[in-house]
Design a protein. Structure first.
Length: 221
């Protein structure tokens, strides 16, 4: 059954296919939130595995929390836009640009489904885009408040939660979101540089809207 978009506790979840995001989704489902999922696909740079894991994780969680997950997963192609941030001055900020694009995609989805928040599986400091210096630059890409229920947890705590939920075996495997990323990414974002490099490719809003226009809907159940 499709979740109720008019719920007062409704969020768009960015679900990657990794271990963290299904746990974040489960924590908010348990708190009574309705979830609408978006998956940013990096195919053909990567294979279909991330999307397949995302679908299986959401289907698994829907069995545990019936009527709270929308039956429609929005899969958005992002590889072409992300490739524009792999050259020159923008490359050091690749992961920040990537997360900013994802925030904007979540906002576009929220406008359609009536969600009030964005949900992320981010953990403070686990990767370069999740330092305090970068999280703020990512968050301002969307006017919606961001829910980060895993923010203060370490990886082993999240893995234990995933095992208890039954999503760990679905999600485990190589992370593919860094396929195009630099070896030495920035840890403290410079907003002027970010905006300048995004403007060189037409601006973040235009880039996100272009990706969103190419989305496809996957029926989960």
């Amino acid at each position: 059954m499709q979740g109720n978009a008019s719920s007062t506790k409704s969020a768009v979840a960015l679900v990657s296919g990794g271990i963290d995001s299904p746990v974040a989704v489960a924590r908010m489902l348990a708190d009574g939130w309705t979830i609408h999922a978006v998956h940013a696909s990096q195919e053909p740079v990567t294979g279909p595995e991330a999307e397949e894991k995302t679908v299986k994780s959401l289907q698994h969680l829907a069995q545990k929390f019936p009527d709270r997950i929308s039956n429609k997963l929005q899969v958005v192609p992002v590889a072409e836009v992300l490739a524009t941030f792999t050259e020159g001055d923008a490359y050091r900020d690749y992961f920040v640009h990537m997360k900013r694009l994802y925030q904007k995609l979540a906002h576009l989805c929220a406008l359609e489904v009536g969600a009030s928040h964005v949900l992320s599986g981010e953990n403070l400091g686990q990767v370069s885009s999740q330092t305090l210096g970068n999280l703020g630059a990512v968050e301002v890409a969307s006017p919606l408040p961001v829910l980060r229920p895993l923010l203060g947890l370490d990886k082993q705590e999240v893995i234990a939660m995933a095992r208890a939920l039954g999503t760990y075996e679905i999600s485990v495997g190589p992370e593919e979101c860094d396929a195009l990323g630099p070896k030495h990414p920035t840890t403290i974002a410079d907003m002027d540089r970010l905006l300048r490099n995004e403007n060189l490719v037409g601006g973040l809003v235009e880039a996100a809207e272009g990706c969103w226009s190419e989305r496809r809907t996957v029926q989960l159940f």
